[in-house]
Design a protein around this ligand. Structure first.
Ligand code: FES
Length: 140
């Protein structure tokens, strides 16, 4: 093998190694636009029941069926998956900051479930809410 052959071979090997490394390392590890949470959600909370009394106050929240339902500081209802997308810790609602918060590693999410601070990289799944009298329906 002469010098030219050797350099050509080494160049091809280096390119192969770099390409293989890129395949493994360049893959996007997260997709902040994707969401995570239970599918086919459809339940109704009776706000006259003591178990749901927290929702009668702005800033209150309850968990039901894998969903956290909260009443914002302005009195509207929001619902997202209760499980942090980072390592499956339950999030809480912080009305003063109008966000969902995971105390495990500090991730925060908007009231629509979007990640506003890591380490979580995937959004919480958002659900619809509809209030009729004292019945609050939460659904996909
Ligand atoms: S488990 Fe929620 S931030 Fe880590």
């Amino acid at each position: 093998m002469d010098r030219k052959e050797f350099l050509s071979l080494m160049g091809a090997s280096a390119a192969t190694i770099m390409f293989a490394g890129c395949l493994a390392g360049c893959k996007k590890s997260s997709d902040s636009s994707s969401t995570d949470g239970p599918s086919n959600v459809d339940f109704t909370l009776d706000l006259s029941q003591s178990a749901n009394a927290a929702l009668n106050n702005n800033g209150g929240y309850v968990y039901h069926g894998g969903v956290i339902v909260a009443r914002t500081s302005t009195g509207s209802f929001v619902a997202v998956s209760q499980t942090c997308t980072h390592e499956s810790y339950n999030v809480v609602f912080q009305s003063a900051n109008n966000r969902f918060y995971c105390a495990n590693h500090g991730a925060t999410f908007s009231t629509a479930g979007a990640v506003t601070n890591g380490p979580a990289s995937k959004a919480l799944k958002q659900y619809n809410t509809a209030l009729t009298g004292t019945s609050l329906r939460v659904y996909s």
